[in-house]
Design a protein around this ligand. Structure first.
Ligand SMILES: Cc1ncc(COP(=O)(O)O)c(C=O)c1O
Length: 403
């Protein structure tokens, strides 16, 4: 099993290539949780996520012949970019297989870090099959994304940095996908400060660890469904499961709306852009999935910031809706001059700003002398929404809340 000394050895190897990322105290999140919250900002890592640590450590252990033959892996996510940059910095050739439908932005970013990208297969499993063929055909070394002790040890260097910057840490909270990140961090922390609690977090739609721990063996889910694509895995690794089983104190789950809210809070309050997987530790803290003593020192590992802009747009709108700052309603008016003005007077009185309005007489769902109106509004919180809806209904309008 992975040992503390492996992580310490990795620390020396990854220092040159990866950044010692900031540990940033957050007044806002500390006040929200009644704890002392320090964010470990791996979104500020090179390539935007922690993956370069494990890849650098694994590549450093290659023999001269293996270095010469190069490395190969399959990934459409952060591992691709981490391996590409780590290999380039070590002077090793890399091939990354991505599914054919991989976003062009990820393909370009990975190529820019110096890898050759091969597009193959309809999904990750098919891409991984092709990567293993290339491993055999070209004699390259396959770099697993998590179930490899050198990779785990590299990710564990985050734990050493946390202890260096915050030696009094009580609890470290870590996302779990395949389990490489938490295995390394738990090993580092247990080795140097065993009284610190390690909590793992999974998305509800991809939570294989709790049932695996209950059963005493790895459980593989039949499918996964979460916006946090970095942790959308059906099972953890064989090696990572062993470490999680013996060194992780608790594992909790968070829902997609909670993850989305954590992304929005990080953007709005901490001015920090984080992807879904990177926000799950904060989601677990903000939505009370972890018991905290008042004033406890807690470090959520914000593991990455590579969020797709379309996903970010959806997340922001959902976050505004959840917090009562965006409202979309539908109502029916009499089709006569001034009817719309009467309705708009209510928005003016309640200072709700209109983003968009659609006025439609042709809808089949309304009477011949009616008109249907859909309005998108900027509101000032859930209480404001409640007051506004009560005022509209109080004037005799029937309102459907669309979002
Ligand atoms: C941003 C981010 N966070 C967390 C994880 C989970 O890491 P692991 O698979 O080692 O558990 C990943 C994995 O890709 C990731 O990209």
């Amino acid at each position: 099993m992975l040992e503390y000394a492996d992580v310490v050895a990795a620390h020396e190897r990854v220092r040159e290539t990866s950044r010692h990322t900031p540990l940033s105290y957050s007044h806002t999140f500390s006040a929200m949780t009644d704890a002392a919250v320090h964010l470990k900002l791996e979104n500020a890592q090179r390539t935007g996520a922690f993956k370069i640590r494990g890849a650098t450590n694994r590549i450093a252990t290659l023999s001269a012949a293996e270095r010469e033959a190069g490395v190969v892996t399959a990934s459409a996510g952060n591992h691709a970019q981490g391996v590409a940059l780590a290999a380039t910095r070590a002077g090793v050739d890399s091939t990354i297989v991505m599914p054919e439908n991989a976003p062009i932005s990820k393909v370009r970013a990975t190529e820019n870090y110096g890898a050759e990208v091969v597009l193959s297969g309809v999904d990750y499993d098919a891409a991984a099959d092709r990567a293993h063929e290339i491993e055999r055909e070209e004699g390259r070394t396959y770099l697993h994304a998590f179930d490899d002790e050198d990779v785990m040890a590299g990710q564990g260097t985050i734990g050493l940095e946390i202890l260096e910057d915050c030696p009094e840490v009580d609890t470290v909270v870590v996302p779990i996908g395949g389990g490489g990140l938490i295995s390394g961090i738990a090993t580092a922390i247990e080795g140097a400060r065993p009284e610190t609690r390690i909590v793992g977090v999974q998305a509800e739609g991809a939570s294989s660890v709790a049932p695996s721990l209950a059963k005493g063996e790895r459980v593989t889910l039949s499918g996964v469904d979460t916006m946090a694509d970095g942790i959308a895995t059906r099972t953890v690794g064989e090696r990572t499961f062993e470490v999680i089983d013996s060194r992780v104190d608790e594992v909790v789950t968070v829902s997609d709306p909670e993850i989305a809210m954590a992304v929005v809070h990080l953007l709005e309050r901490a001015k920090t852009l984080v992807e879904g997987a990177g926000a799950v530790p904060l989601a677990a803290l903000l939505f009370d999935h972890i018991d905290l003593e008042p004033g406890e020192t807690v470090v959520p590992v914000i593991s990455g910031g590579n969020i797709d802009l379309n996903t970010l747009t959806t997340v922001i709108v959902r976050g505004l809706v959840e917090t009562g700052r965006y409202l979309k309603i539908r109502t029916v008016l009499k089709d006569r001059p001034g009817a719309l003005e009467d309705l708009l007077a209510i928005f003016t009185a309640y200072r709700a700003n209109i983003f968009a309005i659609q006025h439609d007489r042709t809808s089949r769902d309304i009477g011949m002398s009616d008109t249907e109106v859909e309005i998108d509004l900027e509101t000032r919180g859930n209480d404001h929404v409640t007051e506004l809806l009560a005022a509209i209904e109080g004037r005799g309008y029937e309102v459907d809340v669309l979002v």
